[in-house]
Write a protein that binds this ligand. Structure first.
Ligand code: GLU
Length: 451
């Protein structure tokens, strides 16, 4: 590919709020499109709105892209290009294609201000949108639109065109909310004598209530950082976002970023809005959790494990390590670790519970039956060597006996209750596997002591 026909896309978020999920999806499609054609992906922070743009939001965008592993080939801020905007404003004025107009300010009634307007001759513009197809607009209706509030304050449509020309952008990929801006921008490209890029306007994202995903209606659930804080994996989030408004045309649903680059095809982006389905995100994230190594699962779990668990009397890294597969199997996202802790599902692994006589007894069993079953369980568990102590082996040993009984409940229930002290808990094999042989036998003994 030569430098002249190299694909260059740009992602142009405005730093006026926390990084929005819809904005992320736009950025992802710009990235995938560029990388698929071995092109460049540029990040331009559109900070010309001096009042609403904040450093905090820019940092959020940059930090999030880094977390997601989306790398850009160039970075700049629109505000760094003000001199350039001025040069082109002057060019248009000198060519008679724009003019200074003195008019009453909208913001300050009675005050006369100078604005710069584009001299719109009014023509019929047709452009081919890579997603929406041919779009034809009679620009007469747009009138002489304002392109700058003054020489230091260019407006969006003008600044974007100048910046896109200067960066040799070949493909402008953005949300469908920008379709009405495109005819204005095409008029400006023509007036500046610059080549017009290709456009692709991607569908909006709707919340499950079929309303546009917005902070006002859907709260924190619209920002990427919300999902990061909940412990979704970056790759799962990217995979999920790629599938909103686009599909590969096959049954495959799990794609790494590298695979997405390979299969992404802008022709397959749908015209109609995509729906943000959290259940699907949870499903995908769980699939990604399963794909992590034990070490990675452990690292994530540690990050979300509350301090209240670390300070329990029998907390050791070794025991937590044994618990990793148990937790990983039960969660959809890593913040669920906190929920498990809050529900008391984790403390039982790190402190010896007080046995509860009522809970120990299976309905219909006598205290004598309960005692006998607990003694039998202890006897069977004693036969397992320390080196063989694992959930599978424990299950095999106990079930071989439980299956000889008319019912398993009277045998397994007191054991589970002795090990957890709770009405509801993981099964006894899992608990013993994690807490180890000595602690298991101790808990059974504690239960026997109160029978
Ligand atoms: N800054 C605009 C936005 O955040 C994007 C403009 C564009 O892509 O042309 O929606």
């Amino acid at each position: 590919m030569t430098a002249e026909n190299k694909v260059i896309t740009r992602f142009a978020p405005s730093p006026t709020g926390f990084f929005h999920m819809g904005t992320l999806r736009t950025g992802l499609f710009c990235y995938l499109y560029a990388k698929k054609q071995n092109g460049d992906f540029l990040l331009r922070i559109e900070d010309t709105d001096k009042i609403r743009s904040k450093k905090e939001y820019e940092d959020d965008i940059l930090g999030t892209l880094e977390w997601l592993g989306i790398k850009y080939d160039k970075f700049f801020r629109q505000s760094e290009h003000l001199d350039n905007h001025k040069i082109f404003l002057n060019q248009l004025i000198n060519d008679g294609k724009a003019y200074v107009s003195k008019e009453e300010s909208k913001d300050e009634p009675g005050v006369m201000r100078e604005v710069i307007r584009f001299r719109n001759e009014g023509e019929i513009i047709t452009f081919h949108d890579l997603v929406l197809g041919d779009i034809t607009v009679d620009t007469t209706d747009l009138g002489d639109f304002v392109i700058a509030k003054d020489f230091d304050t260019p407006l969006y449509n003008f600044a974007v065109v100048v910046d896109d020309c200067e960066a040799n952008i070949t493909h402008v990929i953005r949300g469908q909310d920008h379709v009405p801006n495109t005819p204005r921008q095409i008029l400006l490209y023509k007036a500046l004598g610059k080549p017009i890029p290709q456009f692709a306007h991607i569908p909006l994202i709707l919340a499950p209530d079929k309303q546009k995903l917005s902070k006002r209606k859907h709260g924190e659930g619209v920002s990427v950082r919300h999902y990061r804080e909940l412990g979704y994996l970056p790759d799962a989030l990217l995979n999920f976002m790629a599938l909103i408004g686009w599909n590969p045309g096959t049954e495959q649903e799990i794609f790494s970023l590298k695979e997405l680059i390979e299969v992404f095809d802008i022709e397959r982006v749908q015209k109609s809005p995509g729906v943000f389905n959290v259940d699907k995100l949870n499903w995908l994230n769980k699939e990604y959790i399963k794909l992590l190594s034990l070490e990675e699962q452990e690292r994530w779990i540690k990050e979300f494990l509350p301090e209240s668990i670390h300070t329990l009397p029998h907390f050791t890294d070794e025991r937590l390590h044994a618990l990793v597969p148990v937790i990983a199997e039960r969660i959809e996202k890593f913040a669920d670790v906190k929920t498990m802790a809050e529900n008391g599902e984790l403390a039982i692994f790190f402190e010896t519970p007080k046995p509860n006589k009522e809970l120990l007894q299976f309905k219909g069993s006598t205290p004598e039956d309960t005692k006998m079953h607990l003694e039998k369980a202890a006897e069977l568990l004693e036969t397992i060597a320390e080196g063989d102590w694992n959930i599978e082996k424990i299950k095999e040993t106990l079930m071989a006996y439980a299956d000889t009984l008319p019912k398993r409940g009277p045998f397994l229930h007191p054991l589970r209750s002795a090990l957890s002290g709770l009405e509801k808990s993981p099964d006894p094999f899992t608990i013993s596997g994690v807490i180890g042989k000595a602690e298991t036998l101790l808990r059974i003994q504690n239960a026997l002591n109160i029978m």
